[in-house]
Design a protein around this ligand. Structure first.
Ligand code: PLP
Ligand code: LYS
Length: 415
């Protein structure tokens, strides 16, 4: 669903004008649509309704407590990658038994906490990690459910920084090694080998890498079954892309339709870990034009949002649409929309054809995923607030940080 629409010449989030939100809460600010988040989650859930399944939302994409709480209320599970994310999910009312814990370098403390809290499964990324979980579980006199994250070595055809399923990436265990580890399960008496998982990359817009990876993993699952090891679940990871510009990623039902024929008739629960596809297009970042500046080479729109607030353009050269909240008449100019941070990489968009005046409000689209969560305090910039629109209601779900918040915890030397 499209949560952000123009009405009478102004961009709205559901039934609230973004200009009203900016007037009340200032800029920069993140704005999310409750209906869009919930709809996207249900799209996944319905797409896999044919088979026993669990949507484990990837918390890293947007970890606001309010977002996690909405998804927990829909019955979501969660894919976490840190003790911090575990704490967030629990505080948001998530069910620990529906949590899968991914990540290549889980600490002893994170593992012990996750066992004590009763998480659903560890997605284990190496032999030393497996040995560590075995050791900690046996010390705690507990059993730990594990899945091996296999690396199926497929080219996901995405930005190299967000590809994870190639053998040169740090993620997962090569398939043949994983298969050998499953066969050695008796060496890990405190562990229950309940599943297998993989995740080949993010912002994938074609189906064939997903299919390719699934086929490779199912072949291993079948060989293990012949050997008497029946896994209870198969976790197909996340990675389904969204439209930022002109991409045409498959919708969740087409994605499911491509995978389901291969999954039917097996006694496997299907887990999935979508992040971006649930929240990206349910959010925008609002920013205001402070100055317009022309140099002999360029026209710059200097705005109050920066790479510390929204890192994706600077980090990946990512393109996100930038729309005026209240478009003006008049001939457009090509602007580089840049922030106040002292880095040449500090841009939100380049060569954007817009008709602008100082003071204009802009909406950077598709900012619901990997937006606020990647924000930093670089240049001692407090992070923006987050707002959730629900119909005609606006809820402040995280207040704007203050400089005092940032200075808390710092100390001068005493002599
Ligand atoms: C293990 C794992 N699962 C799920 C995700 C979520 O990916 P996406 O937001 O692309 O759906 C990621 C991030 O790429 C990941 O590393
Ligand atoms: N942060 C990335 C996605 C990372 C996926 C995490 N495994 C992005 O904005 O596209």
């Amino acid at each position: 669903m499209e949560a952000f629409n123009y009405r009478g010449g102004t961009l709205y989030a559901e039934d609230v004008a973004l200009s009203d939100i900016a007037a009340e809460h200032g800029t920069p600010a993140y704005v999310y649509s409750r209906a869009a988040i919930e709809q996207a989650w249900r799209d996944f859930d319905h797409a896999f309704a044919d088979l026993p399944h669990q949507v484990c939302y990837a918390v890293k994409a947007n970890s606001s407590l309010a977002v996690l709480n909405l998804l927990a209320r829909l019955g979501s599970g969660f894919d976490i990658v840190s003790g911090g994310e575990l704490e967030r999910v629990l505080r948001a009312g998530g069910d620990p038994s529906r949590i899968v814990f991914s990540g290549v370098a889980k600490t002893r403390r994170e593992i012990a906490d996750a066992i004590n809290k009763g998480i659903g499964c560890f997605n284990v990324e190496s032999l030393p990690e497996l040995e560590r979980i075995q050791y900690i579980a046996s010390r705690l006199d507990a059993r730990a459910p594990v899945s091996l994250r296999v690396n199926p070595d497929v080219d996901a055809d995405t930005h190299p920084y967000i590809s994870t399923g190639l053998k040169e990436n740090k993620f997962g265990i090569p398939l043949d090694e994983a298969e050998a580890l499953y066969r050695r399960r008796a060496d890990f008496p405190a562990l229950d080998f309940v599943g297998v998982d993989y995740h080949i990359g993010s912002q994938l817009t074609r189906l064939d890498p997903f299919i390719d990876a699934l086929d490779r993993v199912l072949a291993m699952v079948d060989r293990l079954a012949e050997d008497g090891l029946r896994l209870r679940h198969l976790d197909i990871g996340g990675g389904l892309g969204v439209r930022y510009r002109d991409e045409t990623p498959p919708a969740p039902d087409a994605y499911a339709a491509a995978l389901l024929p291969r999954l039917r008739g097996r006694e496997l629960d299907i887990y999935m870990e979508p992040g971006r596809a649930i929240v990206a297009n349910a959010g925008v970042m609002l920013t205001r034009v402070e100055y317009l500046k022309a140099t002999p080479e360029k026209h710059f729109a200097l705005v109050d949002g920066a790479m510390n607030d929204l890192l994706r353009p600077a980090l990946y050269g990512a393109w996100q649409a930038i729309d005026p909240v209240t478009p003006r008449d008049g001939a457009p100019t090509n602007w580089d929309v840049v922030g106040p941070v002292c880095e040449t990489a500090d841009f939100l968009g380049k060569d954007r054809s817009l008709t602008l005046e100082p003071g204009d409000l802009l909406a950077v689209r598709s900012a619901g995923a990997y937006g606020f969560v990647m924000a930093s305090n670089y240049n001692t910039r407090p992070r923006p607030p987050e707002l959730m629109v629900d119909g005609d209601q606006v809820h402040l779900i995280r207040r704007r940080e203050t400089v005092d918040d940032l200075l808390t915890g710092e100390r001068l030397l005493e002599d």
